[in-house]
Design a protein around this ligand. Structure first.
Ligand SMILES: *Cc1c(COP(=O)(O)O)cnc(C)c1O
Length: 464
């Protein structure tokens, strides 16, 4: 399989190079040159198999011809052995036609583990093969930091420095980052805000000498391999509920559009998906686009589903590329307009193409809380606010259809919102129950680039 850039000005590359590159050199996002196809017989053959086997079959065409090809099934097996549920991503029925796909049984209780547990292993494998080492640098407002840390821990070719704003993440989130007993993980508290942390990381990448000397990299949210790993659970859920002989709708709580784009990829690969519902919170750039064809930035309004508080959706460019008929010149024009004037509009025919697959809707704060309460009352199940946004959207747009809602995070990850809505405090699962007793390890630094660079340099000098 070869990978092309959405902007059309970067050479085609194979899986191994794409994995380490993240963003394409022309500023575009990588996509497979074509969608691998699964016929009905191939889908029938996958039904009933364990998750790791389904995942290996679904991902195989994407790594075909790469160095990672032979090792992939082993990496997948190891990645999903770290999940607490034997089904890895179990389905739970909430209502007559409504299922919850629980994607939060990984080490940090959010769906990002499904991709990152595999990505950490793929990175390590490729780096060792090249005899290279990578210094991962990232900033977090609370949710991606723990998943990135768990993905990098104990990986011999990776050192990870993850910055968070001191005193501005929840105690569980902080402890998820500071109590990891792995020598290659370096948790840093910055005396500043999340924006300060992000600016520091950007400045690290913007210093060419520092970047080259320490081989700085990111396990990026726009890396195709993350989307690739997420395609597998659309297959496994659909197969468990009767595919390829029954069509299902998926409803996805969306921020950067990575998760729902994986559903689109599954459909393009031949999985019979009826519709994909894009559910957003009050940060509704995606819902507005699917209603009007206009994609326009707005300011971020903080919500009780913070992992979906975004201004622009970084993975949306991948769908846009297909909507404009894979014409990179037209895509570059739209992205330039977005940069210059904060928005663009697509043609009616392009919007109609999106409407064949996608529906979208935005759910406000009050309805999100009410949905957490309602689901608990009806089924006894506690759900987190991100998942609740999607349950509300599914009930609004597909009241009678068989729908699978993607369960994005464990309710115990957002205990305050859940307690507000239900009066119940969701318990942490056993693997995290002792997190308040574990010793913490982190370094507090001033909001100062030179201090951060000194710290990274000195830390790396002490490492083997
Ligand atoms: C990352 C995240 C999302 C948003 O997913 P995208 O792939 O960015 O659309 C939603 N909910 C939770 C809990 C998340 O961690």
């Amino acid at each position: 399989m070869r990978y092309i850039s959405t902007r059309g000005e970067a050479p085609k590359i194979g899986f191994d190079d794409m994995l380490l590159a993240g963003l394409a050199p022309d500023g575009g996002l990588y996509l497979p040159e074509s969608w691998p196809q699964f016929e009905t017989a191939a889908l029938d053959d996958l039904a009933g198999r364990p998750y790791a086997e389904v995942a290996a079959q679904v991902m195989a065409p994407y790594v075909a011809g790469s160095a990672a090809e032979a090792a992939l099934p082993g990496h997948i097996e190891a990645a999903y052995a770290s999940f607490e549920h034997p089904a890895v991503v179990p389905l739970r029925q909430l209502d007559a036609g409504l299922w919850l796909l629980e994607l939060f049984h990984g080490p940090t209780l959010a769906f990002k583990d499904v991709a990152l547990q595999l990505l950490g292993r793929l990175f390590d494998f490729e780096l060792e093969r090249r005899g290279a080492r990578l210094t991962v640098a990232g900033a977090t407002s609370g949710d991606t930091g723990p998943a990135a840390i768990e993905a990098c821990r104990d990986r011999s070719a990776i050192e990870a420095f993850i910055l968070h704003p001191e005193g501005r993440v929840s105690e569980v989130q902080r402890r998820q980052m500071t109590t990891v007993a792995a020598d290659n993980i370096h948790s840093i508290a910055i005396d500043g805000t999340f924006d300060d942390c992000q600016a520091l990381v950007k400045a690290l990448f913007g210093d060419p000498d520092f970047r080259a000397r320490h081989n700085l990299g990111a396990i990026n949210s726009i890396n195709w391999a993350r989307v690739m790993a997420q395609i597998a659970y659309f297959f496994s859920a659909a197969l468990a509920l009767g595919a390829p002989h029954r069509r299902l709708t998926f409803c996805v709580p969306s921020g950067n559009f990575g998760n729902v784009f994986a559903g689109y990829a599954a459909q393009q690969m031949g999985l019979p998906v009826e519709r994909l519902i894009v559910a957003t919170n009050q940060n509704d750039i995606l819902a507005r686009f699917f209603a009007s064809g206009e994609y326009r930035k707005d300011r971020v309004r903080p919500s009780i589903s913070p992992s979906m508080d975004i201004q622009v959706a970084s993975n949306f460019e991948r769908l846009l590329f297909d909507l404009v008929g894979r014409d990179p010149d037209r895509l570059r024009g739209l992205m330039a307009t977005l940069d210059q004037s904060g928005g663009f509009a697509v043609e009616a025919s392009e919007l109609a193409r999106a409407g064949e697959v996608f529906s979208a809707t935005a759910v406000g704060e009050a309805e999100t809380r009410a949905t957490i309460a309602q689901v608990h009352k009806e089924s006894g199940q506690l759900i987190d606010p991100h998942t609740a946004v999607a349950v509300a959207a599914a009930r609004r747009l597909a009241p009678a259809a068989p729908v699978v809602v993607l369960g994005a995070a464990h309710p115990a990850k957002f205990p305050d919102a859940v307690e507000d809505a239900t009066g119940l405090h969701p318990a942490l699962p056993p693997r995290l129950a002792d997190i308040f007793q574990r010793p913490e390890r982190s370094t507090t630094l001033a909001n100062d680039l030179a201090a951060l660079q000194d710290h990274i340099r000195e830390t790396l000098e002490r490492r083997p």
